[in-house]
Structures are given as structure tokens and as C-alpha cells.
Design a protein. Structure first.
Length: 163
């Protein structure tokens, strides 16, 4: 089981963040996870995942729903102020990484988890969203489910992202 600091879920976290928290706890013990990174109410990633060999992933959890994803790639008759799917999370990650002042920021992987959207639907949406200069990896709700088979896939996904 991964070491997680603090070892209890954030008190005021959303249900999506708590699901991801519980999923990250199931990673092997060669991972350390920090959460509650929004100290002093800064916009910051929800989680910092560090492998014992020093590889790092910054993780944002999206509250977007399957319905949001369904309409994300469609044109609407009325203009809305709603940001495209995942843009808010990607902006926070990009800004946070840039604020670190690390010259080789490509060594820091970024990940947006969408606990309410199936991975397949998410991947179809990615095809319809214009490519931005910054792109975190996106994964869907399957990684937060607790069935044994999904746990294995989750661990393999996170390990592969950290290579």
C-alpha cells in the first residue's frame, strides 16, 4: 500500500477527490502520495505522486460528468462561458509546473483524472478538442473503481505514466 500524507482524506474534499485518494492508497508501497496541496488556498494539483526512484506525477481531479463530456465537443447555438472539458485542470497544472522554475519540467508528468466519465468516452472527446500547447494525460473513472481487475490496470497505468 502506498504511503499517503496525511493518511486521511481531506476534510472538505469532493467525492471525486476522495475516490481518487482511495485509489492511490492501493498503489504499491514504493509510491508516496501527498494531498491537500492547495495550502493557503492557492490553485494547485490535488495530489503529488512520487515513486521511490524520484519520478513525479502531479494529479488534478475533475468534477466533470459524463453529460459534460457528451456535450464538450459539440457546437451550441448559444455561446456559453463554460470552459472546454479539462481546460481548468490543465491550466492549473501548467501554471503550477511553470511556477516551480524547473528548467526540465518535462520530467514532471501531469495527469487529470475524471472519476465521473468512462475512459472510452473521454478518449473520444480528446479527439474533438483542439490540441493545446500543454497537454496532461487524461484517464477516466475505471481507475477509481475497486474491482480487483481494475486495480491491476490502475497500478499498471500509473507505473507506465511514470516511466
Amino acid at each position: 500500500m502506498a504511503r499517503i500524507f496525511p493518511d486521511s482524506p481531506p476534510r472538505f474534499a469532493t467525492s471525486e477527490v476522495i475516490r481518487v485518494f482511495n485509489s492511490l492508497k492501493r498503489l504499491p508501497n514504493d509510491y508516496a502520495v501527498w494531498h491537500n496541496m492547495d495550502l493557503h488556498k492557492q490553485k494547485a494539483p490535488d495530489f503529488l505522486l512520487v515513486h521511490e526512484d524520484g519520478r513525479v506525477i502531479l494529479i488534478m481531479v475533475s468534477p466533470a460528468t459524463s453529460r459534460d463530456a457528451k456535450f464538450a465537443g459539440q457546437l451550441t447555438l448559444l455561446e456559453t462561458d463554460q470552459a472546454p472539458l479539462g481546460q481548468a485542470e490543465e491550466n492549473i497544472l501548467a501554471s503550477f509546473v511553470a511556477s516551480l522554475g524547473i528548467k526540465e519540467s518535462e520530467n514532471i508528468q501531469t495527469l487529470v483524472v475524471f472519476p465521473n466519465i468512462p475512459h472510452e468516452q473521454l478518449q473520444q472527446n480528446l479527439k474533438s478538442i483542439p490540441t493545446q500547447s500543454y497537454r496532461a494525460h487524461w484517464i477516466g473513472r475505471e481507475v477509481t473503481q475497486q474491482e480487483a481487475g481494475i486495480q491491476v490496470q490502475e497500478n499498471q497505468y500509473v507505473k507506465s505514466r511514470m516511466r
